[in-house]
Design a protein around this ligand. Structure first.
Ligand SMILES: C[S@@+](CC[C@H](N)C(=O)[O-])C[C@H]1O[C@@H](n2cnc3c(N)ncnc32)[C@H](O)[C@@H]1O
Length: 455
C-alpha cells in the first residue's frame, strides 16, 4: 500500500521531531513549533497525526523499545537512531493506534527507512514490523508481583533510574499509580482573567465548543475541558484576554504567595508570564510587578501576553539570578521564584522529559535553584515574603533547596501557604508547603514553599 502524500509528510515530520529530541538539549514544545513552522502545507488533520505519533511514541517508548528488542537480533543501541525512531513509530501505529491500517503502518515505515539507510536496513524494518504485526500483541509483559521495577518500566514506559528512586520513596504500588497518571492526557485547564471577565460568562461562551466542561472548586478561577472543536486561541473570549491556559496546580502558586493590590512584586523567573498575569489579577492591576527572566525573547512574548490580558502594571527586565543583581536590596514586598527545574511533575504534558532527564539533571537543577533562590531573597524587604516553586516532586529540587536556604538565611522562616485546609487539605504538607501529584489530585506535580523575612 502506497502511503498518501499528506500522511507521509506527517510521518516524516513526526520522525524529524523525534530525531531532534534525541540530543536531549531541546524541549518538546520548541521542537514541535519549529518543525510545524517548517511544514506550512500540513492540514489540521495532518498536524493531528504528527501530534498523535510524537506524543504516542514518547509516552510509550519504554514498552515499544521492549517490543522491538523482543523481535530484533540487533541490540537497540546498535540501531541507527533515525531507523530506531522509524521503528518506534511503526510499532506505535501497529499496536497502539487503531485508526491506521497495519499495511500502511509497515509500508510507510519501510519507505522512510529506504530514504535513510541502505536496502538491507529497510528489509530489516519490513521484517521486524511484520513480526510485530503478527506476534506483538501476544507478548507477555513482565510480572508486577515478581519484578515490580521491570514491570513498571516496561508496562508504563519509564526509565529504570526514575522508577527505582520512586519505588524507594513511594513503594511499588503507588509508583505504578504515579507512572500511570503521568501517561494520561492532561485535561485542558484555563484560568479566567477576573480583570475583564467572570467564570460563568466564559463558561457560557465556550460551552458548545468543548466537551466535559468542569468548574473547579479550587483554584477559584479554574475550569477544565476536553476536545475543543477549534484551537484554544480561536475559542470565544481568547483574543479579548478573558482567559489563559494554565494547569490547576500552577494556578495555586500565585495564590500561595498572595500578592495584594498596591504591592511591589518581583517575578524572578517569569518565563512567558502565566504566573505574572495571575499575580496582576490578584492585585486588581494595582501596584507594580517586575517580571524578569534570563531570556529576553521570553520577556517579549510576556509583554504581548500582558497586552492581551489587559494587564498594565508589569515592567520587564532581562536578569540572571545566578549572578549579582543590579537591583536595590530589600526593595520588594513579595518575590516569586518559579525556578527552572527538571519538570518531572509535568510528564503528562511533556513526555520527552522521561527520556531527556537523568539523575544528573536533578542535581544540576538543584544547584541552580539554590543560587537563584539565594540571590532573589536579597530583594525581599523586612517582613516581606518569598515563594519558591517548581513543577517537580523530586526531594533535591524541593525540600533540599528549602532546607539549605533556611539553614543559610536565619532571618527567613517557613510559613503555611494560604490554601484552603478543608477538603483540599492533601495539597498542603504538615509544614504548610504545597505539594501536588498527578496521581493524588489529578493535577500537575508541583511544590511551593512560602518564606517570610523577619520584620
Ligand atoms: C519554570 S520556568 C518559569 C515559568 C513561568 N514562571 C510561568 O509561569 O510561565 C523557569 C524560567 O526561569 C528562567 N531562568 C533560567 N535560569 C535563569 C536565571 N539564571 N535567571 C533568571 N531566570 C532564569 C527560564 O528562562 C524559564 O523561563
Amino acid at each position: 500500500m502506497k502511503p498518501p502524500a499528506g500522511k507521509d509528510k506527517s510521518r516524516i515530520t513526526a520522525a524529524r521531531i523525534l530525531d531532534r529530541l534525541e540530543s536531549g538539549d531541546q524541549v518538546l514544545d520548541a521542537v514541535l513549533d519549529r518543525a510545524l513552522e517548517e511544514e506550512p502545507g500540513l492540514t489540521r488533520k495532518d498536524r493531528a497525526l504528527v501530534m498523535a505519533l510524537v506524543y504516542g511514541v514518547l509516552r510509550n517508548r519504554g514498552r515499544i523499545d521492549w517490543i522491538i528488542s523482543s523481535f530484533s537480533k540487533t541490540k537497540l543501541n546498535k540501531i541507527q537512531p533515525e531507523i530506531l525512531n522509524i521503528l518506534r513509530m511503526g510499532v506505535f501505529q501497529l499496536l497502539f493506534l487503531d485508526r491506521v491500517p497495519p499495511a500502511l503502518a509497515v509500508d510507510s515505515s519501510v519507505e522512510m527507512a529506504k530514504k535513510a539507510a541502505p536496502v538491507f536496513v529497510s528489509k530489516f524494518v519490513n521484517g521486524l514490523l511484520r513480526n510485530v504485526e503478527r506476534k506483538g500483541r501476544g507478548l507477555q509483559l513482565p510480572d508486577f508481583a515478581k519484578d515490580p521495577l521491570k514491570a513498571v518500566c516496561v508496562a508504563e514506559s519509564y526509565p529504570e533510574w526514575m522508577v527505582k528512586r520512586w519505588i524507594k520513596r513511594f513503594g511499588a504500588e503507588e509508583t505504578l499509580e504515579l507512572c500511570k497518571a503521568g501517561n494520561k492526557i492532561a485535561p485542558l485547564t484555563i484560568r479566567v482573567n477576573s480583570l475583564v471577565a467572570n467564570r460563568d460568562e466564559v463558561a457560557e461562551a465556550i460551552r458548545d465548543q468543548v466537551k466535559s466542561l468542569e468548574m473547579h472548586d479550587w483554584p477559584p478561577m479554574a475550569m477544565s475541558f476536553a476536545a475543543p472543536q477549534v484551537p484554544i486561541f480561536e475559542l470565544p473570549g481568547f483574543t479579548a484576554g478573558k482567559f489563559s491556559v494554565q494547569d490547576a496546580a500552577s494556578q495555586m502558586t500565585a495564590l500561595c504567595l498572595g500578592p495584594q493590590p498596591g504591592e511591589v512584586v518581583l517575578d524572578a523567573c517569569a518565563g512567558l508570564g502565566s504566573k505574572t498575569s495571575h499575580m496582576a489579577q490578584l492585585m486588581d492591576n494595582k501596584g507594580e510587578i517586575l517580571a524578569a527572566d534570563l531570556e529576553p525573547g521570553k520577556l517579549k512574548r510576556l509583554e504581548e501576553e500582558m497586552a492581551r490580558l489587559k494587564v498594565s502594571i508589569v515592567k520587564t527586565r532581562a536578569l540572571d539570578f545566578s549572578r549579582e543583581l543590579p537591583l536595590e536590596p530589600q526593595s520588594f514586598d513579595k518575590v516569586l521564584v518559579d525556578a527552572p527545574c527538571t519538570g518531572l511533575g509535568v510528564i503528562r504534558r511533556n513526555p520527552d522529559s522521561k527520556w531527556s532527564k537523568t539523575l544528573n539533571s536533578i542535581h544540576k537543577h538543584a544547584k541552580l535553584q539554590r543560587m537563584i533562590l539565594s540571590r532573589a531573597s536579597e530583594l525581599v524587604r523586612p517582613g516581606g515574603l518569598i515563594l519558591y516553586s517548581v513543577c517537580s516532586m523530586e526531594p533535591e529540587e524541593t525540600d533540599g533547596v528549602i532546607k539549605a536556604f533556611l539553614k543559610n538565611n536565619e532571618d527567613f522562616t517557613l510559613e503555611p501557604s494560604p490554601l484552603p485546609k478543608e477538603g483540599d487539605q492533601t495539597m498542603l504538607d504538615e509544614q504548610g508547603c504545597m505539594r501536588t501529584f498527578p496521581h493524588r489530585q489529578g493535577m500537575d506535580g508541583f511544590f511551593a514553599a512560602r518564606m517570610r523575612r523577619r520584620a
